[in-house]
Design a protein around this ligand. Structure first.
Ligand SMILES: Cc1cc2nc3c(=O)[nH]c(=O)nc-3n(C[C@H](O)[C@H](O)[C@H](O)COP(=O)(O)OP(=O)(O)OC[C@H]3O[C@@H](n4cnc5c(N)ncnc54)[C@H](O)[C@@H]3O)c2cc1C
Length: 401
């Protein structure tokens, strides 16, 4: 599957920062992680920190799946609002899912700190009503989150205007949130773990997988064999090649980023992450090199060709969306890109074992919280491989559908 196209900003800024070998001889390990995007890198990092002999394999160059296209907002706010998620999963599971996302932002921050990664920044998150009819919904959402201990404030029109310089009837300002360069973080995680024994191979496509009770055997396109006690599927949206349940709906999503502004230009207060209640939602964030990133305008995925043909039109629409909200902030788009984006019926990821495929675990962080879900998946899977019971696994099990 062709996962992204156009000019993903981080790929341009970071380029291809490290080389990894192609696998050219048979190999064994305790765990094989299939996929070298952010999910695979986080899983491999946690496994490696736990002293587990691990291999990562990817058919592309590292990070060139969805990860390089990610706009990488880290939010505890799942695509399904808590006031709705409670009706799909029950209240305790819904609240726990939100709490796990909140914790995972702190978890990613701690890892970034440990490995000396500079591309992580804490940011508050501002969720505003896209139309007047959404004000009542935002009040309900605020109330339920507040009741369950989330640190947030409900803002009215004049609060928003004074602090953030745009017009909306109401908004929830959450303290928890962050942004990251997900592509560079993926490389940083792997680079940190390689000297400790992690083995990473890219441009190595797995063509065949045989699941046994006590091991998994894989074969590459070139006929090289890999064997491990466990396999972690961190294959992103291409997981559909391996499982027979329909778990993900694919959309195409679009993003643009402005030219750099001069000096220390302030765009809006505290550079909060901004997103809204529209469906699909519009979102924006700033970058440390003083650019404004805007994303959204999702379409049902039909084909990479159709998705790519729309980049120019979407660039114009997203520019217009931004200028409508912030008419006084100059915005000249420099790069635009598109990527495939997956969502699930309840907004939650799929993490853990899949009954038909023994000796394996899945790390499938679909949706707008893909990266926070990747961190949750990595912790749960590490615990499972270490034989530790982690009750959170049930929340994201394949058995729920
Ligand atoms: C435009 C855009 C904006 C986004 N914004 C956000 C956001 O703001 N916040 C957020 O949290 N998430 C966001 N996401 C989602 C997030 O980017 C994804 O959840 C995340 O990158 C997925 O990472 P991954 O490692 O699971 O998948 P990928 O990065 O796709 O990695 C999977 C890897 O598996 C490899 N693979 C698959 N099959 C095989 C095989 N047979 N053999 C070898 N290798 C194989 C692929 O080559 C690929 O590199 C966004 C996504 C897009 C496209």
């Amino acid at each position: 599957m062709d996962l992204s196209s156009g000019y993903p900003f981080w790929l341009i800024r970071d380029g291809l920062p490290f080389d990894y070998p192609m696998l050219d001889a048979d190999i064994e390990a305790e765990v094989i992680v299939l996929g070298g995007g952010i999910s695979g890198a986080l899983a491999a990092w946690h496994l490696s920190e736990a002293g587990i002999d691990t291999i990562v394999v990817d058919k592309r160059s590292i990070g060139l799946g969805s990860t390089c296209a990610s706009t990488a907002l880290l939010q505890y706010e799942i695509d399904t609002p808590l006031s709705e998620l409670q009706h799909k999963t029950g209240l305790p599971a819904a609240v726990r899912s939100y709490k796990l996302c909140e914790e995972s932002i702190g978890g990613i921050a701690a890892i970034a700190d440990q490995i000396g990664f500079s591309g992580f920044e804490f940011r508050k998150s501002l969720y505003f009503a896209a139309s007047e009819k959404d004000n009542a919904f935002l009040q309900r959402e605020y109330k339920i989150r507040k009741e369950h201990g989330f640190d947030l404030t409900l803002l009215n029109r004049s609060d928003i205007k004074n602090a953030y310089r745009f017009d909306a009837g109401s908004a929830i300002l959450s303290q928890a949130g962050a942004q990251i360069d997900a592509y560079r973080f993926t490389h940083a995680l792997l680079q940190y773990s390689i000297p400790k024994g992690l083995r990473v191979f890219d441009r190595t496509e797995i063509k065949k997988i045989v699941h046994g009770k006590d091991n998994v055997r894989l074969k590459t396109a070139a006929g090289i064999q890999l064997k491990a006690r466990y396999l972690v599927y961190a294959t992103g949206y291409e997981v559909q090649n391996y499982i027979d349940k329909k778990i993900v709906n694919l959309d195409s999503t679009y993003a643009i980023i402005s030219e750099q502004a001069n000096g220390n230009a302030e765009f809006w207060k505290e550079d909060v992450i901004i997103w809204n209640t529209a469906d699909p939602y519009l979102y924006m964030r700033n970058t440390s090199d003083r650019r404004i990133l805007v994303g959204g305008r999702d379409e049902k995925f039909s084909s990479p060709h159709r998705r790519d043909k729309m980049i120019k039109r979407k660039k114009n629409l997203l520019t217009r969306d931004f200028q409508k909200l912030f008419p006084s902030i100059p915005f000249k788009p420099e790069f635009s890109w598109t990527g495939t984006f997956g969502s699930t019926a309840d907004g939650l990821p799929f993490i853990g074992p899949y009954k038909k495929l023994a000796s394996s675990f899945f790390a499938l962080g679909f949706g707008g919280n893909g990266i926070t879900f990747s961190q949750i998946a990595a912790v749960i899977i590490r615990d499972a491989i270490l034989g530790k019971k982690n009750p959170d696994m049930e929340l994201f099990s394949f058995e729920r559908i």
